[in-house]
Write a protein that binds this ligand. Structure first.
Ligand code: K2U
Ligand code: ZN
Length: 177
């Protein structure tokens, strides 16, 4: 029987300092529709398995401007796929969140970002949407959109803190081998 739908598969997550994490991703075009039909479910499966509350395509080696988030407010799953997301407004007010990153495993640090953002994007049905976010969703959207521009949360730390964190990561990666 012809397989009409393939199960989502888990994708390998690139680990810092993989150079691909530092490249800017290109905008998605309608020509990418076919590839996205597989990539988006694969990104959700990979994100939930990690577990994570967000994932950006460059983290699984695809330099496309696509992110998936699910900050699961009060544990109700709330999966959102955002294609070509753009921050179109951000608050003056800032907020501090403890951030982690699936590409910087087991390292956490406080990051200060605008408290609220408005994001314009295309959803997986290519419908133009706009969301306003605060709290963890706001931090997560900014964190994932940073990934599309080759920016990692460690870039917001002081050079001293960043070096300590990246040295701990490198040691942990070596000890795993
Ligand atoms: O690597 C990623 O992009 C997933 C990030 C998402 C995140 C963004 C902002 C603040 C926290 C996390 C995480 O690794 S997902 C794991 C996680 C979940 C909740 C809090 C901290 C880390
Ligand atoms: Zn990340």
């Amino acid at each position: 029987m012809l397989e009409t739908h393939s199960e989502a598969e888990l994708l390998p997550i690139l680990i810092c300092p993989d150079p691909k994490l530092r490249k800017a991703a290109r905008a998605v075009t309608p020509d990418d529709a076919e590839e996205l039909r597989e990539l988006i479910p694969d990104m959700f499966a990979t994100m939930y398995k990690a577990p994570g509350i967000g994932l950006a395509a460059p983290q699984v080696g695809r330099l496309l401007r696509v992110i998936t988030v699910d900050v699961a407010p009060n544990d109700e799953p709330a999966p959102i796929a955002l294609i070509n997301p753009e921050i179109i407004a951000k608050s003056e007010e800032t907020a501090v969140h403890q951030e982690g990153c699936l590409s910087v495993p087991d390292q956490y640090a406080e990051v200060t970002r605008p408290a609220r953002v408005a994001v314009r994007y295309l959803d997986e049905n290519w419908t133009k949407r706009e969301i306003e976010a605060d709290g963890l969703l706001s931090a997560c959207l900014q964190h994932e959109i940073d990934h599309l521009n080759g920016v990692l949360f460690v870039d917001y730390l002081t050079p001293l803190k960043r070096n300590i964190l990246l040295r701990k990561l490198a040691k942990a990666q070596k000890d795993k081998k």
